[in-house]
Design a protein around this ligand. Sequence first.
Ligand SMILES: [Zn+2]
Length: 208
Amino acid sequence: MSAEVVAPVDAGSDRFVARPVRYCEICSFPYEYCEYGSSLSRCKANLEAKDPEQFRQLYSDEALEDKLKSLTTEQVESLERESAKKERKAAAKAEKERAQLAASKIVLSRVARTKRKVITCIHGLHQFSPPMPALKVIAKGLSSRFATGASVTQSVQHPGVDEIHIQGDVAHELVTLIVQRTKPFDAMPSEADGGVLEKNIVIDEKAK
Ligand SMILES: [Zn+2]
């Protein structure tokens, strides 16, 4: 996210005029405060690519030297340790989340309502949010794609968790739509971004 507080900048008198505060797209702190976040390496790489001038002002040898002059060696070392520790923690957390997501499953099951009426139930999409679109939006999209009824309903086996019910047996079509990010799944994160993989989708044949 990026935002700018717009204020007139007069190069000749910048001691008296508020300069625009610019926020880091990675950690969301103002660029000057990235070191207090948990992603300094990524913040620096991002800033260097986006705004080499600002990067130089904050991280060039001279800028760092100026800053260090006011700190003791011990303070410097402790700051560096803190920063490295925060990054390791954040990396471990991200890795754990990735592993959890990889183990999550979307279960597509067929439920016979009467002898001739079958519904397909999509359970587990919620694990892959955010940034998933709302289940209601997906249900509506599926309803028009398959020209059939689709609704969001609370799961019987997992109270409090919503799932989508679609009229008809469309489990195999659904796998293709999800894996290929075809509408209404087009807003789902890609596989490269840690989104759903084919192995995360199970067709529950028992329920047939
Ligand atoms: Zn940052």
